[in-house]
Design a protein around this ligand. Structure first.
Ligand code: ZN
Length: 121
């Protein structure tokens, strides 16, 4: 363990990958390859279920009653601008919802889709 603390958090950048970025500050927050489902509900509208997210920080863990039962979640925010982007599923109480554990729910409204793939012109 290192005792030195860094003042700035390194920002992960993906070259030539399609990504989702924070709509507020354009920090890359997820790879589109990590998308599991678009058919989820966020707090403010549609949500994307993601295998992983990057450049996000986890807020306090809490139990929250969602449409699909009680889940232990933590809000996640953008490290670039602190905007709340969605939440992380630590635990699901309902057996049928266990597949969400360890996954992220990102609010579609907070994301910009950036497609780095090039098409021939
Ligand atoms: Zn941001």
């Amino acid at each position: 363990m290192s005792s030195s603390s860094t003042s700035s958090t390194p920002v992960v950048v993906y070259q030539d990958k399609a990504t989702f970025s924070c709509s507020n500050c354009s920090t890359v927050v997820a790879l589109q390859d990590e998308l599991i489902s678009k058919a989820f509900s966020g707090r403010d509208g549609r949500g994307y279920l993601m295998h992983s997210a990057t450049n996000v920080k986890h807020e306090k863990k809490e139990d929250r009653a969602l449409l699909t039962g009680v889940h232990t979640v933590a809000d996640v925010s953008c490290i670039g601008c602190n905007a709340r982007l969605g939440w992380y599923y630590y635990k699901a109480s309902d057996q049928s919802q266990k597949y969400k554990e360890g996954k992220y729910l990102l609010e579609r409204e907070r994301l910009i889709k950036e497609n780095k793939w090039r098409l021939d012109e």
